[in-house]
Design a protein around this ligand. Structure first.
Ligand code: GLU
Length: 553
């Protein structure tokens, strides 16, 4: 019995003409330096920070080199599938503005000429390649039951030997064609394994774009390439897909580093050129002085939905991810204030081989800086978009009078040192509700007075201010002078300095007066510029709030 006859017996009806696929998916017509890479998640749930990081980097390198970035869904493990998760992945990438050039666009459809981009629809392709290996004697069927495999494992454990199907433990490797025929005809189920010629004692030199040069043992495991359900294992699918999709770079988690020798061997078996590999270390987190992997289960910030819900701008998260990716980025960004992420020359060599440390506080600081560079209109657009989905009451207030809202967001913005209090869209309402009369009405108010807390004194400050010193048309300077007049009239120093020199002569100073006016107006002891706040709120609102407080206390 020839290998060809054996292959026909094992995979009847499967066409081993792999050349047709080579033609169907030709070498891409791109620059020599162009990076073709992909994000290849299993549809087992939503995207988390680690995989977002990978796809962010992949997108960046392919954009930088006029290459291609595509999304391939790896669903060969049918037991682990989660319904609708392709949509979840597509939406998560969209939310983070990580655009794909090719790949899945929803549960069923894809764009691009190298598809299907979902593995369950590529069964025929994989089987062709498997059949070719069988014909060449480079693969063989294995009839071992799960129990037999388990027995071998226990034996290997007991004898302290390497676990796996290799060497003398590879029972089915030795079956003769006649024995195979007999088993197939008896209806025994089987899987297909690679016939490895590797030697575990022999080390090969490999180069990883992040980890550098490594020496790893050759693969000698006869790994499963086709499962009993007719679908390939991850390893084999990776070979076929990344070869046919003409991937030049594989950027993936370093949990796959241990499979690298096997993957290179698979490419070699077919005589295909392997892609370059970049194995990313997991993102770490420090907790109570101990470093551990950022965990989907323990850390809310590991889920990408967290950023969406909090309203941390995508651009800020991306800036942060770049600081994790390349440590020289922050300095570059500081020195190139007019440039964006797109201009940064990302470099695999500058990635940490041991894993970046995720620090949410740092991310929030980056986000605050990012906000400080935005115009009032941009803040308005962002917060409105966020509120539409997460806070409809705020959304209505914002859209009722956009110009008013923009004037609120413009306070202390277009100036040399713009305000830095906004870190995310979900904080904006809490930091600005007092500027919107509808929200002010609804708000539970608590006034935390500080230096001046005597109610009669506060009333006197408010009344005197309204009666004598508030003038609607005042410029900022005039307004401040009038506030000083008020201070003086009530026995407070016009200047803090004067007070410090002769505290015995005064009840307090101008700062105490303005603090009272600020707190009664906004309930807060720190706000942006009080003059701007008063100008925007206008006389009627200011007086109403002061009078209401006097009446209620
Ligand atoms: N489906 C694999 C995973 O989710 C992909 C690894 C790769 O990028 O090759 O880990």
């Amino acid at each position: 019995m020839t290998n060809k006859e054996l292959a026909d017996l094992l995979l009847p009806g499967v066409d081993s003409n792999i050349e047709k696929y080579e033609e169907l998916y030709p070498k891409r017509n791109l620059d020599e330096k162009a990076v073709v890479t992909r994000f290849a998640p299993s549809p087992t749930g939503f995207v988390h920070m680690g995989s977002l990081f990978q796809s962010f980097i992949s997108r960046k390198v392919s954009s930088d080199t006029n290459g291609v970035f595509f999304l391939r869904v790896e669903d060969t493990d049918q037991k682990r599938l989660v319904e609708n998760s392709v949509k979840g992945i597509v939406d998560d990438l969209k939310n983070f503005e990580i655009e794909i050039d090719e790949g899945m666009i929803n549960e069923e459809e894809w764009k691009g000429d190298y598809g299907p981009y979902i593995q369950s629809k590529r069964k025929d392709i994989y089987q062709s390649y498997v059949k070719r290996l069988l014909e060449e004697g480079k693969a063989y069927p294995c009839f071992c039951s799960a129990e037999e495999i388990e027995e071998t494992r226990l034996l290997q454990e007991k004898k302290k030997q390497r676990i796996g199907y290799y060497g003398r433990f590879a029972k089915c490797r030795k079956l003769t064609p006649e024995q195979i025929k007999e088993k197939v005809e008896a209806g025994e189920s089987f899987i297909i394994r690679l016939r490895s010629h590797g030697d575990f004692e022999h080390k090969i030199k490999v180069h990883d774009l992040i980890k550098g040069s490594l020496e790893i043992p050759e693969n000698d495991l006869d790994i499963v390439i086709l499962k009993s359900d007719g679908l390939p294992t991850y390893h084999f699918a990776h070979l076929v897909d990344d070869h046919l999709m003409r991937t030049t770079h594989v950027v993936r988690g370093d949990e796959w580093l241990s499979s690298l020798a096997l993957h290179l061997q698979l490419f070699q078996t077919f005589g295909f050129e392997p892609p370059k590999y970049a194995h990313i270390s997991p993102i770490m987190k420090e907790e109570n002085g101990v470093k551990r992997k950022l965990s989907k289960r323990k850390d809310p910030e590991a889920a990408v939905s967290y950023y969406h819900e909090k309203g941390i701008p995508v651009e800020a998260v991306k800036l942060y991810l770049m600081t994790l990716a390349n440590t020289n980025f922050e300095q570059w960004y500081d020195c190139n204030k007019d440039k964006t992420l797109k201009d940064f020359p990302f470099d695999f060599k500058k990635m940490s081989a041991s894993g970046g440390l995720f620090d949410i506080e740092k991310l929030m600081n980056i986000s605050k800086n990012y906000f400080s560079r935005l115009s009032a209109q941009e803040v308005y657009d962002g917060v409105t978009k966020w509120a539409k989905e997460h806070d409809t009451e705020f959304y209505e207030v914002l859209t009722k009078d956009p110009l008013y809202a923009i004037s609120v967001f413009n306070i202390e913005r277009e100036q040399k040192k713009p305000r830095k209090d906004y870190g995310c869209y979900s904080e904006i309402r809490q930091l600005s509700w007092y500027m919107f009369p509808e929200l002010y009405e609804k708000q539970e108010k608590e006034y935390l007075f500080q230096t001046v807390s005597d109610k009669e004194e506060i009333k006197k400050i408010l009344t005197t201010y309204m009666e004598k010193h508030y003038h609607e048309q005042d410029t900022k300077e005039e307004w401040f002078d009038h506030m000083k007049d008020l201070a003086q009239e009530l026995g407070y120093a016009r200047e803090v300095k004067e007070y410090k020199e002769h505290p015995e002569d005064y009840k307090g100073h101008i700062g105490d007066i303005s603090l009272v006016l600020r707190i009664v107006l906004t309930t807060k002891s720190t706000t942006p510029d009080l003059y701007d706040i008063m100008t925007i709120l206008g006389k009627q609102t200011i007086f109403e709030r002061y009078q209401a407080w006097i009446k209620g206390n």
